[in-house]
Design a protein around this ligand. Structure first.
Ligand SMILES: C[S@@+](CC[C@H](N)C(=O)[O-])C[C@H]1O[C@@H](n2cnc3c(N)ncnc32)[C@H](O)[C@@H]1O
Length: 206
């Protein structure tokens, strides 16, 4: 049965995120004369869709994943789906976000959904904040800066085990190509399936 607090919070956040096109426009203008930066989108959610959130929640519950790591919290929409799932499996989410203002807002949103006890927030560059992470990972969600998918994945790869799931969003973007080549090229180690019309991929470690 769906939790009312979670659903109400998600409804409000998804509704507000619909105004992202204005916030993204402002970010794109800032990056005309230099490479685009995460701070250009400080005010934008850039969230997963409801369908993606619900399918990750189901994947976590059905596979009884307990240790979940998220790359790219933003305002916490995806974190709420992940935390709602680990509440059911008895696990926890470690989520990472570069921008302090986004971490503060995500914490508020996750608490509002009643899920504060299930989430640890790591503030700063995930390449650094996850460097000392040493818990096995059952479910890894990649949704931060696209160029970092591969180095971050390789940093965490020793913590994966047979049956670990990796959900990578935005696999149709150029920045994620090195990660796509890596994971899709290792069929002996990972079986992968496109989801969400090829926008994302779910891989299972063999
Ligand atoms: C696409 S958004 C995440 C959206 C979120 N997963 C959701 O569905 O609600 C990507 C986020 O990754 C963050 N980010 C970018 N580079 C990062 C890094 N090196 N470490 C941690 N977070 C980073 C950005 O600031 C941005 O908020």
């Amino acid at each position: 049965m769906k939790d009312t607090l979670v659903e109400t919070t998600l409804r409000t956040l998804h509704r507000d995120a619909k105004k992202d096109y204005m916030r993204i426009g402002k970010g794109v203008v800032k990056s005309i004369f230099r490479p685009i930066q995460p701070a250009d989108f400080e005010h934008a959610y850039l969230p997963i869709s409801r369908e993606q959130g619900e399918s990750m929640r189901e994947l976590i519950v059905v596979n009884n994943c307990k240790n979940v790591v998220e790359f790219g919290t933003s305002f916490g929409i995806s974190t709420i789906y992940l935390a709602d799932a680990v509440r059911q499996t008895g696990g926890r989410v470690v989520t990472t976000e570069l921008l302090a203002s986004k971490v503060a807002k995500a914490k508020m949103n996750v608490h509002e959904a009643g899920l504060g006890d299930y989430v640890e927030f790591l503030e700063g560059d995930a390449m650094l904040t996850l460097k000392s992470h040493d818990q096995p990972i059952d479910f890894l969600f990649l949704d931060g800066w696209k160029d970092l998918y591969l180095p971050l994945f390789q940093l965490l790869e020793p913590l994966l085990h047979s049956g670990s799931l990796i959900y990578a969003d935005n696999m149709n973007m150029a920045g994620t190509q090195p990660y796509a080549d890596y994971i899709l090229g290792r069929e002996d180690q990972y079986s992968s399936l496109p989801v969400d019309n090829g926008k994302a991929y779910v891989s299972r470690a063999c």
